[in-house]
Write a protein that binds this ligand. Sequence first.
Ligand code: G4P
Length: 527
Amino acid sequence: MPANIAQEAAKRRTFAIISHPDAGKTTLTEKLLLFGGAIQLAGTVKGRKAARHATSDWMKMEQERGISVTTSVMQFPYKERIVNLLDTPGHEDFSEDTYRTLTAVDSALMVIDAAKGVETRTIKLMEVCRLRTTPIVSFVNKLDREGQEPMALLDEIEEVLNIRCAPITWPIGIGRAFKGVYHLLEDRYYLYSGKGDKISEIETVEGLHADGIEAKLGEPYATFMDEVELIKEAGTPFDLEEYRAGRLTPVFFGSAISNFGVRELLNGFVEWAPEPQPREADTRPVPCDDPKLTGFVFKIQANMDPNHRDRIAFMRVCSGQYKKGMQLYSVRQGKSVRISDAVTFLASERDAAETAYPGDIIGLHNHGTIAIGDSFSEGENLRFSGVPNFAPELFRRVVLKDPLKAKALNKGLDQLCEEGATQVFRPLMGNDVILGAVGVLQFDVVQNRLKDEYRVDCVFENAQIHTARWCYAKDDKALRQFKDKQQEKLAEDHSGALVYLSSSRVNLDMAIDRHPDVRFEATREHG
Ligand code: G4P
């Protein structure tokens, strides 16, 4: 029933948290889950350094390294909404994963460390958000520590990230002098008790000029009042349309570790963040309330749970309703597959999905039949666009320790490519196998997984390759000539697409100059 689908879709808020590593993304995630009742965790993400398995951490690798390799999905109800939180790896070596996850969300939450301000990863992630004009809510974290002046921070965000800031809460003091925040829209104070990591009851005081507030706030009072005056007169007011258009970010201040300012953030977020939007497919835009199920795969993860040595494809539902046991049509394969045991992601547990609606993510079990970028429907041939492969920046030549394992190597690499763990290039001349990655840790993951899952021992050597570009030409003749002339620099990627592997920037520029009929692309669409 479409009416039901539209209603359910309207409840969904699907988003990712983005930040530079260490800004507090994991801590904030855990607090949001607490509010959603999704986990019962007293206090904070204690001892993460020692144990290092936050709810969102799954793979052995990430526990060993203390970094989040995988993307996970957590669903929880909050107020009248169903929140789908997509976690992203903090480590920049796995940024491709993050970029792909950002194609599956309707909005993002950006965490900024109050002391460090805008950092390099934040800038890059913001650029990726811009590709799809993803609306962003900001959280300035760690106010319990010494940090920059809030005005300076907002200026920095505006200037470096090129987005206007509309403060929603405003901090009173910082570090030792931190007294809490004032909510500009509610005209209410939330006072910080300084109890460290306890989830304390937060005292509120109504009205900017409430009786006795000066005494309560103490030393930071005067500066705070000056700042609030200034914001009220000259600051950017919150504007829902501007936020939705990605031109303005509402800003909250707080301390994730003390669970301070998080509830206000979540309240603002569920009220303003957009519900699932229509999606562009190659043949037509697909509205959410379309009665037929459609979706696309943005992420594949292997062996999330060592007891289930399976692969899970994460599919974002774009329209219609998923019902347990239904048949899904794989557009790439041109055939139907029965999905009997799809999973939803209720916080830390994987549950069998009875039903799912637009905005939800479902996990499809498979043994290598589903690839990143695959579109699914109830029979219609329609492909969703916008899940890109990025040109790798690092390259390695694979050297097998046992040459008889070539077949197992190829099988393993094929599967790892479909998951987006690495990219493989097979030069047109010779028998080399070249791996490409955006971050060096991706190679470690591939090497370990080849060994663990495919029993293939190999070493990776440096390859003298600077960058890769996918090559296209409208005219077959031009493409043939190009292939003849540049054979020794050309390779095929996993899908058979033609790729130019340049040895230097200059070499690439020369090739582009020499072959004006050929397009050299730095990204390639999956699917
Ligand atoms: P990330 O996922 O963005 O990488 O950040 P994460 O939450 O892991 O937080 C990074 C560090 O910052 C952690 O400290 C965490 O405890 C701390 N942190 C997070 N939020 C706050 C906050 O509001 N105030 C303060 N003062 N610290 C905060 P760590 O030393 O790396 O780990 P641990 O010893 O706390 O486990």
